[in-house]
Write a protein that binds this ligand. Sequence first.
Ligand SMILES: Cc1cc2nc3c(=O)[nH]c(=O)nc-3n(C[C@H](O)[C@H](O)[C@H](O)COP(=O)(O)O)c2cc1C
Length: 415
Amino acid sequence: MQEFHNQTDITKKNAFTQTQFINWQTQAKAYKTYPKFYRRYNLDDYEELRFIKNFGKVTYSKKYGNDEVKLRVNPSAGGLYPCEIYIQIRGIKKFLNGIYHYEPLEDSLTLIHELSNDGLESYMNIKQQKFIFLLSNVYFRTSWKYEKRAIRYLLLDTGHQLGSIYASLVLEDMEHLFNFKFKKKQLNKAFSFDKYEHFVASIYSSEYKDIETNKLRDNIPFVPPCDYYIKEPFIEEFYSHSYHKSFDNLKINFLKELSKENLQSAINNRRSVRAFKQEAITKEEFETVLKDVFIIARKYNIEIFFINNLIIGLKKGIYKEFQLQEEGNFNDISTTLAFNQKIGGTSSATIFFTSKIRTNYSLALILSGFLAHIISLRATNLQISSTGIGAYFDDITQDTLITSNNILYLMAVGK
Ligand SMILES: Cc1cc2nc3c(=O)[nH]c(=O)nc-3n(C[C@H](O)[C@H](O)[C@H](O)COP(=O)(O)O)c2cc1C
């Protein structure tokens, strides 16, 4: 996997090759729609299913001339939204047991497969569940703009999308288990994805019946996930390599410290900051935002650094977790690292997610996105702004942090 990472580095030498101009008229469609004649269900009509709206609902609309851009609860590199969500549901009153496709812009579910004695459980070696949430990537939505470097953004976006699902389940007190190790290849086939779309992660919640299930009795029909598609062999190869890795189940306990009202309001109000006013945040606030993040990160071989630009009560400088590595003012360097984006240097802190070479690369990217999402919700709750930063110099960041780790993601936090 290291080769895939190396080939997508932004460095001092190759920076000039980064896409400078993009014609937004050619953007691929950012959501999949099954045909009109499929049965659809509005989430507002089902009390027990309303929580699903928090997975991806629209929370802000921006107008650019005649175009309207709809921003969702989950952030996405370039606002391109490459993730699709499929949900298998059992045992909800007046609701068919089936596999549904989630339509975030419509707050609705489309029935794509009715269950009998079959189900997704058979691809995961688990007993019947009330809910199984499956995440796929439609990679062209992102590679359209970011070309090969899209491999990173796709998995970071996946992590954020998992974070949105996780927060929604916490809000409902629903137990949940993340599972990255299921028969993705077989499921891609059963959903007729034909390499246009790739399953990447699943979460399941609430055991339903102690019953074994069979494989899906029919394949789900192919429906194109975009209005057009340009295939990228490099990215398809990347996904095919991810299959061979074994992933752990992930058990975590974040966001339970927030009241239900505050969590819902953080979900509704999270936004990526576009410019900081450069007001300071306190050490206590920063620690609250990061509570237990280092511990979980470490468990999965992610090493977190940060540069303190403007946190009161903490010496300015470069930190590895909370250990000061080098004291000093690094505002300008922080901007440079973030591919010369000002948000990198005007933040109170810019956080760096890194992982050692030879750790599970795909999982490290997904988890970095997930942890960044937790940070963003906690920060929103404290009226602190944040944004993920996927465009950064790999080589200068490694030199500045004095690490040979892969740099996976940056996150700017501040006011
Ligand atoms: C993986 C990832 C990478 C991102 N990279 C950048 C970046 O380099 N610079 C930036 O200003 N915003 C970045 N963003 C923020 C997105 O532009 C933002 O999420 C998107 O426009 C949607 O807006 P929202 O987050 O306010 O809903 C990134 C977001 C994600 C999830």
